[in-house]
Design a protein around this ligand. Structure first.
Ligand code: BEZ
Length: 250
């Protein structure tokens, strides 16, 4: 990233973003200088999200929340990156106003320090499927793309214009993805760190039998295909916690 002004956004990848594949690459202007995505973010997880428009109330509440939780994401090696089909100067004016005037859930004087991309030509929004014409054909919907340190797309979420996102849920997903990678387990509905995790389903009749006979220490099965084990919050923290200063550089 640098602070110089360069031409509008370009993307080399017209294909749609797809799970478990490299994300479409692009360069763009942002409120924190030029962005080369995903290259500039290599080694970090990224929450790349679109919003419909600057100077709108739901988006304002979301940005106040994302910005207030930036350090919580950084504790899990995660950076934030926003986009809308507005101009860079519109972004700058809106972010200044958020800090000067807005208050949400007790947060005020909130500075948005993560980059907000301009995408007036909608090239990036189209490449990521952020335009859902049934919802709006001139604005991006509230899309969320969670990208891993190797630039692979790991999660996609789509919300309509009227519904603000649950930002702690996005952080919960990042923890679940990192736990899945680190411990080769899956996580059940509504899981939060400290709750039991799901061990991979038995791939043979022999393993299924052993599991039901209690042969694997610490593994408990309700039936052969649904087996869980304990994974403490402390173990998880030791494995995935990051110093926010290493991520944010401040
Ligand atoms: C909002 O952020 O408030 C909003 C944006 C576009 C359409 C509807 C609501």
């Amino acid at each position: 990233m640098n602070d110089s002004i360069t031409p509008e956004a370009t993307t080399t990848a017209p294909q749609a973003a797809r799970l478990n594949e490299p994300v479409p690459a692009f360069t763009a202007r942002s409120t924190q200088g030029d962005i080369n995505f995903p290259g500039d973010f290599a080694g970090h997880w990224v929450v790349f999200f679109s919003h419909p428009a600057d100077f709108t109330p739901v988006c304002t509440s979301e940005f106040m929340t994302f910005a207030s939780m930036e350090e919580d994401f950084a504790r899990y090696n995660t950076k934030l990156l926003g986009l809308s089909i507005d101009s860079l100067y519109g972004h700058i004016a809106w972010l200044r106003l958020l800090q000067e005037k807005m208050e949400y859930r007790g947060w005020k004087n909130v500075e948005v320090r993560f980059p907000l991309i301009e995408d007036i030509k909608m090239d990036i929004a189209r490449a990521y499927g952020m335009i859902q014409p049934g919802e709006a054909d001139t604005q991006a919907v509230r899309a969320v793309f969670i990208v891993d340190p190797k630039g692979i797309l790991r999660t996609m979420l789509y919300y309509p214009l009227s519904t603000g996102r649950n930002i702690p849920e996005i952080l919960r997903i990042i923890k679940a993805l990192q736990v899945a990678d680190e411990f080769s387990v899956a996580t059940p509905a509504d899981w939060v760190p400290g709750e039991r995790v799901i061990v991979p389903t038995a791939g043979s009749c022999g393993v299924a039998k052993e599991r039901m006979e209690g042969a694997e220490e610490g593994v408990e099965c309700i039936d052969w295909f649904y087996c869980t084990k304990e994974l403490t919050a402390e173990t998880i923290e030791a494995a995935i916690h990051t110093d926010p200063a290493d991520v944010l550089g401040r």
